[in-house]
Design a protein around this ligand. Structure first.
Ligand code: ADP
Ligand code: MG
Length: 287
């Protein structure tokens, strides 16, 4: 039987915009000592500002146009920032054969040309060597018809609530904070250092994120529980694998809301700390 206080806990949480899918997850949340975050869209805004366009063969506007067109069907934050930077209306009839390759980027035919937009891994897959560039931002390379065309640097911004969330989780007794990201190591390190996280792992594919969570699950004592927090884009497998999967609902995909055990109505990472504290109070654990 389920104690009455569990119903009160789940009801109280829902009024705070925290949807808990069952009383067992309230128990698990109360025991959370490891919190693993996705980066883009979770600890950072994800709607980036394009800060710089470097081009080799094309003009800046053309490079952005090809990238924005190729990305026209993607709901990834990178796509949204490229659409915004391009700023003009997209004529979708110019784009066909769109393929989104998770953790890599986009392949599409634009005005009859084969366009690739994504990270170094995507370029390597095409046998194209991206011109190395050092930058604090997320670097998106563009290739057209098999030739390197240039790159776009996107500045990702840490959410103001992320630092507060980290402090609140630590004071609630969470002892390990980890960030997993598909983004490059430089951009990842900057965020992890600013937020003083315990571990950061970058350049991960969705399956690598699962492997990292499995390693952490094996490392921690059985009675301590692990939560994964993501915005939903490419996160479904890892949300399922964690002891408790937390999806930030506002922007999260249907697949993530389905895969998650806890859904946060808005994308404020402080809600994670609130959920843990609420669960602990409900289970009679005082910090
Ligand atoms: P994160 O783990 O930070 O949330 P993702 O796993 O969603 O990031 O993506 C990892 C990386 O894959 C991105 O940083 C980018 O380099 C590349 N990528 C993914 N989707 C796209 C896309 N639609 N367009 C361009 N690049 C993409
Ligand atoms: Mg993400």
């Amino acid at each position: 039987s389920v104690p009455l206080s569990f119903f009160a806990g789940i009801g109280g949480a829902s009024r705070e915009g925290i949807l808990i899918k069952g009383s067992n997850y309230l128990e698990t949340l109360a025991k959370v000592k490891y919190v693993v975050f996705d980066k883009t869209g979770t600890l950072t805004h994800g709607v980036f500002a394009v800060s710089d366009v470097h081009h080799n063969t094309l003009e800046r506007e053309r490079l952005l146009e090809y990238a924005a067109l190729a990305e026209c069907a993607s709901s990834h934050p990178i796509s949204r920032s490229l659409q915004e930077a391009y700023g003009s209306k997209i004529d979708r009839s110019r784009v066909s054969e769109i393929q989104e390759i998770s953790g890599h980027g986009i392949m599409a035919r634009v005005d009859g040309s084969q366009v690739a937009v994504g990270n170094e891994k995507l370029m390597a897959k095409q046998g194209i060597s991206a011109i190395p560039c050092r930058s604090g931002g997320t670097i998106i390379h563009v290739a057209i018809d098999g030739s390197y065309a240039g790159h776009i640097v996107i500045a990702d911004v840490i959410k103001v609530q992320s630092a507060e969330a980290v402090a609140e989780l630590r004071s609630a007794g969470v002892r390990k904070l980890v960030m997993l990201t598909g983004d490059g190591s430089q951009a990842a390190q900057q965020v992890a250092e600013k937020l003083r996280l315990d571990e950061v792992h970058s350049e991960l594919l969705p399956s690598d994120k699962v492997a990292q969570v499995e390693r952490l699950l094996a490392e921690k004592p059985e009675q301590e529980k692990l939560a994964f927090v993501g915005d939903g884009i490419n996160d479904a497998p890892v949300l399922t694998r964690a002891d408790v999967g937390i999806a930030m609902g506002a922007m999260g995909s249907d697949a993530a809301i389905e895969a998650a055990d806890v859904v946060l109505m808005d994308d404020n990472p402080r809600q994670v700390a609130k959920a843990v504290r609420l669960a602990r109070r409900c289970m009679g654990i005082v910090y």
